[in-house]
Design a binder for this molecule. Structure first.
Ligand code: SF4
Length: 145
């Protein structure tokens, strides 16, 4: 939400392609808006209302805010992993990680299904969605940090 000072568009090179730059490192990169996000990218309402946000960020209808150039995002963004929850089994084995977008990475298919099925039943804009998901995991025997 505040990376607009650091990730800037320098030149448009195609309908959905841009020369862009990470200002902090002076690193240029070619940004291509992924096909299924192009309709989102075309709507500038969010960008106009949030001038300090990364120019490639856009909201989706369920309340999430997504990167529209995910496949060509710069190194700094690829290297950044925001983990908001670590999920452990009762014996203390790490079973999964949840990121800031509430996406889970888990090798355990039971945990993955439990998470994804229940997450889909809660509107993403619910202010207590993270706590409800934590409670769900706890009530199913997982420990959450
Ligand atoms: S991940 Fe995408 S939207 Fe987020 S700062 Fe990087 S380029 Fe911008």
């Amino acid at each position: 939400m505040y990376l607009g000072d650091y990730i800037v568009i320098e030149r448009q090179t195609g309908p959905f392609e841009f020369e862009a730059c990470c200002v902090s490192t002076g690193t240029g990169f070619i940004a291509r808006v992924v096909p299924d996000k192009q309709h989102l990218f075309e709507d500038r309402t969010f960008t106009d209302g949030h001038p300090r946000a990364c120019p490639f960020l856009r909201p989706v209808c369920d309340g999430r805010i997504v990167c529209t150039i995910h496949d060509t995002r710069p190194y700094q963004c690829r290297a950044f992993h925001c983990t908001t929850m670590l999920v452990y089994s009762p014996d203390g084995t790490l079973k999964g990680k949840v990121n800031g977008s509430l996406a889970i990475t888990a090798h355990d298919p039971v945990l993955r299904e439990l998470w994804n099925m229940n997450l889909g039943a809660i509107p993403f804009s619910s202010p207590d969605i993270e706590q409800r998901m934590r409670d769900l995991l706890t009530s199913n025997g997982y420990r959450v940090e």
